[in-house]
Write a protein that binds this ligand. Sequence first.
Ligand code: URC
Length: 310
Amino acid sequence: MAEGAVVEGLKLEQRYGKERVRVGRVWRDVDGTHHFVEWNVSIRLLSDCIPAYVTGDNSNIVATDTMKNTVYVKAKECSERIPVEVFAIKLANHFSTFYDPVTTAIVNIAEKQWERVSVDGQSHKHGFKFGSEEHTTEVVVKKCGALQVTSGIGKLKLLKTTQSGFEGFIRDKYTMLPDTRERLLGTEVTASWRYAFDSLENIPVQPLYFFNSYTGVKKVLVDTFFGTPKMGVYSPSVQYTLYKMAKAVLGRFHDLSSVDLKMPNIHFLPVNLSSKDNPVIVKFEDDVYLPTDEPHGAIEASLSRIRSKM
Ligand SMILES: O=c1[nH]c(=O)c2[nH]c(=O)[nH]c2[nH]1
């Protein structure tokens, strides 16, 4: 999304902001329990500031340094624990209403996963450990109050050691991959889902709404990927599993209008070792693998509800 204008016979599309503003915030309950979040905030403003580009007139520019400071001011102002989506809405709403030239504010935040630790089976009051997943959000607020909220999960690594195959695909003179009904399936899920509400007035008011949506969607994605604990569920391809996961989310959460999933097929290569003297040193029997990062399959799809035309 960018703001466009015709300047000197050319089309100029622009946006500007601050990237990767990192902030940590602690909230302390009266019983001594602490809550901690770490957010990485990126801001983009669409605004009427063409003279800055064309003539060097900065009079309509919000300094990106001011944007950075605003993140800390707003974090300080949030005296109650809030979900990352609500913080992004507060920031975007501030930028789009406080500054006349700003028509739209876009705020992206990635929240690191600092999980409360347990010591001797008891939740620790102020101790946290780092998890690799990220809870992400993108919020777009227009001056008129129109709003788009997207939440997501990043860096969610999932792997199953069976109940996966890939067969029946196109075969030609370059194809070497054998058909299989037995393989290991590894991926790193990047998911995002868009909420159906579309203005500041109709954001759901339940305090736990965004927390519950995040945990609920994550559970549906993970459960659908793995299937039941004992049997699992057979995956004939990443594509099939991705679609089932996206469909399960839209089937379960009626307040979402679309889901995007990126699920790279991260390859674990079968290890077979042989030498001239010894034709079988290691024979692959679905047991020893060479883990790899690259290249990897790239499988991505987006599933949306079709709006009926009334
Ligand atoms: O699940 C898969 N989908 C593919 O499109 C593909 N292509 C490939 O080589 N292996 C796989 N696996």
